[in-house]
Design a binder for this molecule. Structure first.
Ligand code: 1GP
Length: 246
């Protein structure tokens, strides 16, 4: 597998937009994986993200191996499998890379640095590509699982300047990606003006996810400057999501 971060940078340079389908191990039926993987490979997805706020089962390793087996059967180039963990127990050496997240919108030291420290001994035993990511949770209607589990307050969706400064601080601290997160199943996606403001004022690639429920929403995020969009719930609810004209 080529370096995943470099490929993201390359895509940004070429203005090639990227799409990750997020699979939550808690919501996946391993017996239906062949069908789901087929749908993923028929979709425009460029990455498979794996994670959830509270993965409680131990199927992570098995899930990734099942994805790999089914991907091989499909015979296309395998999509990179990237961990998007809620805590250090959600690490599997079988993935290709990990978004090494710091929840810089929050003020809970567990999610800023403690979980990361605890993850180090586990990560050191793997070959995972580690991609440092500044993770910003933005207010999106009702309380989301990320806000509840991380016990942090999302940033004000009407204060794009503060969100932009937080993203810029993340970039200055050396994060390689910025992720604007509305939360899985969010009522409201990240505001378009906010995506524009942040993307125009950072150099590193921008990921946007949470609450995007139609193809137009993906397009709008791209046009506003998102480099990679994450789709979880919409695909989970309807594996034919990408076949609809909208
Ligand atoms: C959540 O950004 C992702 O972490 C995806 O959110 O499930 O709402 O698509 P959805």
């Amino acid at each position: 597998m080529t370096n995943i971060y470099n490929a993201i940078l390359q895509a940004k340079t070429e203005n090639r937009k990227l799409l990750a389908i997020l699979l939550d191990p808690d919501k996946i039926d391993l017996n239906k994986m062949d069908y789901l993987i087929q749908k993923i490979y028929q979709s425009p997805a460029t990455h498979i993200f794996i994670g959830g706020s509270q993965v409680q089962n131990n199927i992570l390793d098995e899930l990734i191996l099942t994805i790999r087996q089914n991907s091989t059967l499909i015979g296309q180039d395998a999509l990179p499998i990237v961990l998007f963990p809620g805590n250090p127990s959600q690490i599997s050496a079988n993935a290709d890379a990990i978004l090494f997240l710091s929840l810089i919108s929050g003020r809970n030291s567990d999610y800023l640095i403690t979980h990361q420290i605890n993850a180090v001994p586990i990560l050191k035993k793997t070959q995972l590509e580690i991609i440092s990511t500044g993770y910003l949770l933005i207010e999106s209607g009702d309380e989301t699982a990320v806000a509840r589990v991380s016990n942090t307050k999302p940033l004000d969706r009407n204060n794009s300047d503060y969100v932009m400064h937080t993203a810029q601080a993340g970039e200055m601290l050396g994060h390689k990606l910025i992720y604007l997160e509305a939360g899985s199943g969010a009522k409201q996606a990240i505001p378009i003006e906010m995506i524009k403001k942040v993307s125009n004022n950072i150099e590193i690639p921008l990921i946007v996810g949470g609450g995007i429920i139609d193809l137009q929403g993906i397009q709008n995020a791209y046009e506003a400057g998102a480099d990679l969009v994450v789709i979880g719930t919409a695909f989970e609810n309807d594996p034919d999501f990408f076949n609809h004209s909208n």
